[in-house]
Ligand binder design. Structure first.
Ligand code: GLU
Length: 400
């Protein structure tokens, strides 16, 4: 048997923990276990009907739908994305500054690929979304993790200044944040923009949870000033706002030279994103979904109920996040305790015990650079969330 050597590049990365744990919870469910999976961040609502119907109509019509489009996406879609940025964020981008990709994750991958060389440093505020450090490592960069737990999950100017070195190429901004749900105010973001002024450091601003804000309001980093705009790649998509995770459409906009490089990278990997998904996105982006205010209200109620239930579990501490659809309780009081004969030595063991003994799926905080925390998604039905809350509380009472 030949043993094949894997590239050093791929050996630097781990599979996505969010996706792996989601698959695990689903597998247990398929075996007949009554698992409540609060693992993946995925809306439990349907893609709006008119969007699905437009895709069906395009498929029936044939023609364009079965063909390649330009790598960056259909010209009308590039215009629609530029319109969205103008309408929602006051950002003026030409269609040539837009690239449509296979999900916002792919947009971020392209952006990091276009900006990061071997040995470059990328500042990643922690807790961070699992994929940022892995993508940075894949492209030969070094993630420089800056813990924000002590400052309300907000990256302060001071902490940023201390983290910058001559090798810093990029700062990741993610508001509303996955996994904490923290929403950075305009003032918080301006403090970051002020530190970056006069440097050649880029910002990748992941704004995929833009429409899911319950307190405060969303601020697009690029909209802070012309200087901020000139260094920012703004990433967004339809997955979260339009309940379209499975369609895999994300997009990025920013300085034309960076977007051209991202386009070149994409031209050698996926080419254009699937045409029917682009056509559906064109329909979607015409306006916010009519359902959005209702979804937002439901998410907010679920958030409030879940935060209350988690804080009622002995030892858990859970802040109320302003956006996205995650809660991020501090579970450190449970570590070192026993559940039956199992010692909960860290958040990964705790998460495993919650899954196998309490049948509730979450993601360990250590996967997001925050050991001692857990992430639960509340993009699940009220009944499922009530069941999960009850089980987590019982699990807490059983600890010794
Ligand atoms: N963004 C979602 C999450 O964090 C989807 C899974 C992923 O791509 O990581 O759960």
């Amino acid at each position: 048997m030949t043993s094949l050597r894997l590239s050093r590049r791929v050996q630097r990365i781990q599979p996505s923990a969010t996706l792996a744990l989601t698959a695990r919870a689903k597998a247990l469910k398929a075996q007949g276990q009554d698992v409540v999976a609060l693992t993946a961040g995925e809306p439990d609502f349907e893609t709006p009907l008119h969007v699905r119907e437009s895709a069906v109509a395009e498929l029936k019509k044939g023609g364009v739908v079965g063909r390649y489009t330009p790598v960056a996406g259909l010209p009308d879609l590039l215009k629609a994305v530029a319109n969205k940025f103008q309408r929602d964020n006051g950002l003026t981008y030409k269609p040539e500054q837009v690239l449509v990709s296979c999900g916002a994750k792919h947009s971020i991958f392209n952006a990091i690929g276009a900006l990061v060389d071997d040995g470059d440093e990328v500042i990643v505020p922690a807790p961070y979304w699992v994929s940022y450090p892995e993508m940075i490592r894949f492209f030969g960069g070094t993630p420089v993790i800056v813990d924000t737990a002590a400052t309300g999950f907000v990256l302060t100017a001071d902490a940023l200044r201390k983290a910058i070195t001559p090798r810093t190429r990029v700062v990741i901004v993610n508001s509303p944040c996955n996994p904490t749900g923290a929403v950075w105010s305009g003032k918080d973001q301006q403090a970051i923009a002020d530190v970056l002024k006069g440097t050649d450091i880029a910002v990748i601003s992941d704004e995929i949870y833009e429409k899911l804000v319950y307190e405060g309001s969303h601020v697009a980093f690029a909209a802070l000033s012309p200087d901020a705009c000139s260094r920012t790649i703004t990433v967004n998509g339809v997955a979260k706002a339009y309940a379209m995770t499975g369609w895999r459409i994300g997009y990025a906009a920013g300085p034309q030279a960076v977007l051209a490089a991202m386009n070149a990278l994409q031209s050698h990997s996926t080419s254009n994103p699937t045409t029917v998904a682009q056509l559906a996105t064109l329909t979607a982006l015409a306006k916010d979904p009519e359902e959005l205010p209702l979804w937002r209200k439901q998410y907010q109620t679920r958030r409030d109920n879940l935060v209350k239930a988690l804080n009622a579990a002995p030892g858990l501490k859970c802040a109320t996040p302003g956006g996205a659809f995650y809660v991020f309780p501090d579970c450190r009081a449970w570590l070192g305790k026993r559940h039956g004969d199992l010692l909960l030595k860290d958040d990964a063991t705790l998460c495993e015990a919650l899954l196998t003994k309490a049948l509730v799926g979450g993601v360990p905080g250590s996967e997001f650079g925050a050991p001692g925390f857990l992430r639960f998604s509340y993009a699940a039905s009220d009944a499922e969330l009530a069941k999960a809350a009850e089980r987590i509380q019982r699990f807490g009472r059983e600890l010794q």
